[in-house]
Design a protein around this ligand. Structure first.
Ligand code: ASP
Ligand code: MG
Length: 403
């Protein structure tokens, strides 16, 4: 069986940890598996390199940034390979280019265009364990080193697993899987055995430190079975992220996510005529603002109320953009003391009463719900931020996620 294993920054954060990773690889190898391991830079290394660059310039040349940042991953790939060879295993490191990862030339945020697997396939058939420097590739048009954006080593791993048709792609971090909610908020949170790609994407806030969202999207597209597990407790099985069809008895609700980094923009008494929403959201998109929830309802006297949420970091940009629309409504307000709690589960497609339970939980704790919006597999509520943790715990309980 072919395993693609990815080890994140904390998993290779010290020389001792790199040795621990070598032991994990050895175990699989001794059991007869073929292995392609993808490594991140040692934790903190990429940030340190960015700081070095900023010491000289706040707007460093992006081609040079890629040259600089890609070095972190190369260091760990070579060290891990050296450690494995010392254990008597045959390993070889590869840079992104050597692994055949061809990208666009959007430096510092390149996209993978193609993977030429011939180098890797040759090495595997020669009995080698391959250690790939994650997060990087080579641009198709000018053959320069590129990087894939922060957290991009996950993407490397998933892309390689897809191209090599690996049996499994295991992402190792310091967390042993995906939980029903953030265990720091609800200590009774349970680790999920399996979860579908779509649920994982919706529960992004739970997986934020564990899996890069772009890589989950790619796993879904390429049909790669992903596992989130810990290199600190390799004996513990992680969470499998897979096709919905592979999950026999999906629970109605899989998890509760919390997003504190949203601002609610409210527009009251918006003139009810065609073209307003188009104009507003086009302007926001042009300003590169990622709008999350959008809710419009009919008001009195030919007006509507329009609410939407944007990331907290974009508040100033949003206010500036909205100046152009001040005359289209009676009032616009901004509230950053809110949060979004979401209930996610593929099982809710075919069950009734899921939403009413959520509202009952909120009512019981006297939490007022500002906005409700739903999709096929998600119910989201905007509530006051001060109730965030209480809401998460109540929802966790009402859906019996601790059972
Ligand atoms: N080292 C890169 C970063 O810190 C890539 C990664 O770790 O996935 O963003
Ligand atoms: Mg990382």
């Amino acid at each position: 069986m072919l395993r693609v294993l990815k080890f994140g920054g904390t998993s290779v954060g010290t020389l001792e940890r790199i040795n621990g990773v070598a032991q994990i690889i050895k175990k699989f190898r001794d059991a007869g598996d073929d292995i392609v391991a993808v490594v991140s830079a040692m934790s903190g290394e990429t940030n340190k390199l960015i700081e070095y660059a900023n010491n000289f310039s706040q707007t460093p040349n992006e081609i040079e940034m890629d040259m600089l940042l890609s070095s972190g991953e190369r260091v760990t790939s070579a060290l891990l390979s050296i450690a494995l060879n010392e254990l008597g295993l045959q390993a070889t490191s590869m840079s992104g280019r050597e692994a055949g990862i061809v990208t666009t030339s959007q430096h510092t945020n390149a996209r993978i265009e193609d993977i030429n697997t011939s180098n890797m396939k040759d090495a595997i058939s020669n009995g080698k364990i391959i250690i790939v420097a994650g997060f990087q590739g080579v641009s198709a048009n000018n053959a320069r080193v590129t990087t894939l954006g922060r957290g991009g080593s996950d993407l490397t791993a998933v892309a390689l697993a897809g191209a090599l048709k690996a049996d499994i792609c295991e992402i190792y971090t310091d967390v042993d899987g995906i939980y029903t909610t953030d265990p720091r908020i609800e200590p009774k949170a349970k680790k999920l055995e399996k979860i579908s790609y779509d649920e994982m994407l919706e529960l992004a806030s739970l997986g934020a430190k564990v899996l890069q969202n772009r890589s989950v999207e790619m796993a879904k597209k390429l049909n790669v079975n992903l596992v989130s597990r810990s290199s600190f407790t390799p004996e513990v099985e992680g969470t499998l992220i897979t096709k919905e069809e592979n999950i026999m008895e999906a629970p109605v609700v899989s998890g509760i996510a919390l997003d504190r980094n949203q601002i609610r923009v409210g527009m009251y008494g918006v003139i009810d005529k065609p073209g307003i929403a188009s104009a507003i959201f086009t302007a926001l998109a042009d300003a590169d603002i990622n709008v999350d929830m959008i809710v419009q309802t009919r008001g009195l006297d030919n007006t509507t109320n329009l609410d939407f949420t944007v990331p907290t970091v974009d508040i100033e940009k949003t206010k500036t953009t909205m100046i152009a629309f001040e005359d289209d409504s009676e009032k616009i307000d901004y509230n950053d003391a809110i949060c979004k709690v979401s209930i996610v589960g593929v099982g809710m497609k075919s069950h009734t009463g899921v939403a009413s339970k959520a509202f009952t939980a909120m009512a019981k704790d006297n939490i007022n719900i500002n906005i409700i919006s739903t999709s096929e597999i998600k119910i989201s509520m905007i509530i006051d931020e001060k109730y965030a943790e209480l809401a998460v715990r109540s929802l966790h309980e009402i859906y019996e996620l601790d059972k």
